[in-house]
Ligand binder design. Structure first.
Ligand code: GAR
Length: 209
């Protein structure tokens, strides 16, 4: 049984997609052992409550320094004893120490086709604003392992989404979530639960059928 901790900052629709995929048996042999929110008002905390999932909040304003907050976050993650940490709309930078503790055991969902529209400053709606400004015709979402850079870790799965002429950032964000994010994040978790993530000779990763 893969024990998963989910880290969230906001609405938690990707968290909900994981919950629903476990219920629908699209993800099997997996249990969400806890959720950690970076913000006490995150709606994701309601979703946790509604599904009897233990939750913790690690809010920067509750700590005197970044070091203390980082320690609290690491302690919170470790307290759940996870096999996998899932960043599902977690919009704060992870402490390097946490990344060292969970090598290739932290995954992130990003709302673009990496390496486009990613890195520092590219999160949430801003990603879609930039894609529309640039005029790209195809965007999408990416799930990747987390390393010490911002959105630089090994890519695991991507799904493309067409941009339509009347798209606003909000409309595009919703379509990327529905058609890509809520599909590929559960798919990657299920693949990890079933040991289907493999590495090519060149070091890149792929998911076995
Ligand atoms: C999602 O679109 C996710 O891809 C994005 O934040 C949103 C969270 O929504 N993450 C990033 O931009 C990370 N760089 P949710 O809370 O409803 O899942």
């Amino acid at each position: 049984m893969l024990k998963v901790v989910v880290l969230v900052s906001g609405g938690g629709t990707n968290f909900q997609a994981i919950i629903d995929s476990i219920k629908d048996k699209k993800i099997t042999d997996t249990e969400i052992v806890g959720v950690i929110a970076s913000n006490p008002r995150a709606y994701a905390l309601e979703r946790a409550k509604n599904n009897n999932i233990p939750s913790k909040v690690v809010y920067s304003k509750d700590y005197a320094s970044r070091e203390e907050k980082n320690k609290a976050l690491i302690d919170a993650v470790n307290s759940f004893g996870p096999d996998l940490v899932v960043l599902a709309g977690f919009l704060t930078i992870l402490p390097e120490e946490l990344i060292d503790l969970y090598p290739n055991r932290i995954v992130n969902i990003h709302p673009s086709l990496i390496p486009s529209f990613c890195g520092d400053g590219f999160y949430g709606l801003k990603v879609h604003e930039r894609a529309l400004e640039r005029g790209v015709k195809v965007t999408g979402a990416t799930v990747h392992f987390v390393d010490k850079g911002t959105d630089t870790g090994p890519i695991l799965l991507q799904k493309a989404v067409y941009i339509l002429p009347d798209d606003t950032p909000e409309v595009l964000q919703k379509r990327v979530m529905q058609d890509a994010e809520w599909v590929i994040l559960p798919a990657v978790i299920n693949a990890i639960a079933h040991d289907k993530v493999k590495q090519n000779a060149n070091g890149s990763f792929y998911i076995e059928d």
